[in-house]
Design a protein around this ligand. Structure first.
Ligand code: GLN
Length: 476
């Protein structure tokens, strides 16, 4: 029988004395073993997780356990955890062992969460299908011939297949929300700067966020409220007070929701996704909420803006992997230049190299103004218009993805068609605002559909409350 699907269930079992943390960890380890073919985990920390569990059990007995006692968490292979490997799904970091723990992970540990292993992902978070990992692809549990989404595909499947209670991912342009939608779980991207990025391997620093996968909105909120908040090690992290997200207080009265016309009527939108989204809109209206279609003519600029700026930032961030300081080093170089060139050529995968080249190009002296500077300006306009909409309305609502999970190899030699998968998730990333994806029924092949809700910056409490309310109105 399926057990421990939510933290509520775990806490109940612990309180009644029906289980302890060691047994819960053993349960998940057994699941990981049985479902090893999904390839969600890159490494399982069986021993350290069991040791941690024993310590938490002791604390529970003494009445000194933290808020997350009993929560078993998988972390994406981009988050440093001292003494454990961290490789960003890349050969260039094979063998690298973290010297320190990411602040987000440390805060969870401080509350007695148990870390069960690190999860597969697209190399450096670059991808939408988890096909770009040095560890091979991750399979959907529902249909193993289909992708789980990316880049946090392992994190999504770990929750989908009940391999841990919740998991952490990173979301730069949709990497938590899109795989959450594809696998039928809940995925949250917080406001940029809400969670410290200290210890997160950088992809695009002005976009990167650490997000959460879970089966319930409440579990998601509990994790985020522990991780969020100022950290002196990340000067971009916000000093704003962290609200108690897990209160889930939704206003009694009606709320105003905007639906973007260009998204809802996009030709690329799979008909079943449109159908289910319209159904929820109807249900919201029947409950007395105001749902209005609004124009967002900037939609066509969002994806190019995202890909110009993120590749530019990635080309700078990934310059540190040079074969000298740490990570992979080519064995046969005869001189320094060769060492740099060969280490990087051999260590990085195809997609990462493509993006470094693209990013280097848009930053080059002759093209800087035409691409990078222009994209910065367009980003500003997109952000302002999105924030304006979120002042006039309480929430924006749109499908998380244009299609449901596709088959492996479907976007094979066409990177642009793969980038188009991110069409609906990048607006929140370009604007820095928080966005939540919740399941909204299935398509005709039985693949999950995601519904995305966006709120204004630092409105995570409202977003979770609405998401919780909405999960009673969505399709099953
Ligand atoms: N699929 C997007 C990309 O490849 C988003 C990735 C992410 O959010 N890390 O850039």
């Amino acid at each position: 029988m399926e057990k421990y699907r939510s933290f509520d269930e775990i806490q109940f079992a612990l309180k009644k004395g029906e289980s302890d943390c060691r047994s819960i960890v053993k349960y998940y380890l057994q699941n990981i073993h049985t479902k090893a073919h999904l390839n969600a985990f890159v490494e399982v920390y069986a021993q350290s997780a069991l040791e941690q569990a024993a310590q938490v059990d002791q604390k529970i007995a003494q009445g000194t356990a933290g808020k997350l006692a009993g929560m078993v968490i998988g972390i994406k292979d981009v988050l440093n955890y001292e003494g454990h490997s961290c490789t960003a799904g890349s050969n260039i970091l094979k063998g690298y062992v973290s010297q320190y723990t990411a602040t987000a992970v440390q805060r969870l540990l401080n509350e007695d969460a148990i870390i069960i292993g690190r999860l597969n992902c697209d190399e450096f978070g670059m991808g939408s299908s988890n096909e770009q990992s040095a560890y091979g692809k991750v399979h959907q549990e529902i249909d193993p011939t289909r992708v789980p989404g990316g880049s946090s595909g392992g994190s999504a499947v770990a929750v989908q297949a009940n391999l841990c209670t919740v998991s952490l991912g990173s979301d730069t342009g949709g990497s938590v929300r899109q795989p959450a939608a594809f696998t039928g779980v809940i995925g949250m991207k917080p406001t940029y700067s809400r969670v410290s990025r200290w210890g997160l391997i950088a992809y695009a620093s002005s976009f990167d966020t650490i997000g959460v996968f879970s089966t319930t909105v409440k579990d998601n909120a509990i994790i985020l409220e522990v991780m969020a908040g100022y950290d002196k090690k990340d000067s971009t992290s916000s000093k704003k007070v962290v609200e108690t997200y897990s209160n889930l207080d939704f206003p009694k009265g009606p709320v105003k929701i905007a639906v973007l016309k260009e998204v809802l009527h996009a030709t690329a939108l799979q008909p079943e996704i449109k159908r289910n989204t319209l159904e929820v809109i109807e249900r919201l209206k029947n409950k007395g909420h105001e749902v209005q279609e609004v124009d967002f003519p900037l939609l066509k600029y969002v994806l190019p803006t995202y890909y110009i700026l993120t590749t530019a930032e990635a080309s700078a961030n990934l310059a540190r992997f040079d074969g000298v300081k740490y990570g992979y080093r080519t064995p046969q170089a005869q001189n320094l230049e060769q060492l740099y060139k060969d280490s990087r050529s051999e260590g990085f995968g195809e997609e990462v190299k493509r993006r470094i080249m693209l990013g280097t190009f848009v930053l080059s002296a002759s093209y800087h103004d035409a691409y990078f500077t222009k994209a910065q300006k367009v980003r500003r306009v997109i952000k302002e218009i999105t924030e304006e909409l979120l002042t006039d309305f309480d929430y924006l609502m749109l499908p998380t993805t244009p299609t449901t999970a596709f088959k492996f190899g479907e976007h094979g030699d066409d990177p642009i068609s793969m980038y188009l998968e991110d069409l609906f998730t990048v607006q929140a990333s370009v604007s820095g605002v928080p966005a939540l994806s919740i399941p909204n029924g299935k398509d005709d092949s039985g693949m999950p559909i995601g519904l995305q809700v966006i709120a204004n910056s630092f409105k995570e409490a409202d977003l979770y409350a609405f998401g919780h309310y909405l999960s009673a109105l969505t399709l099953n």
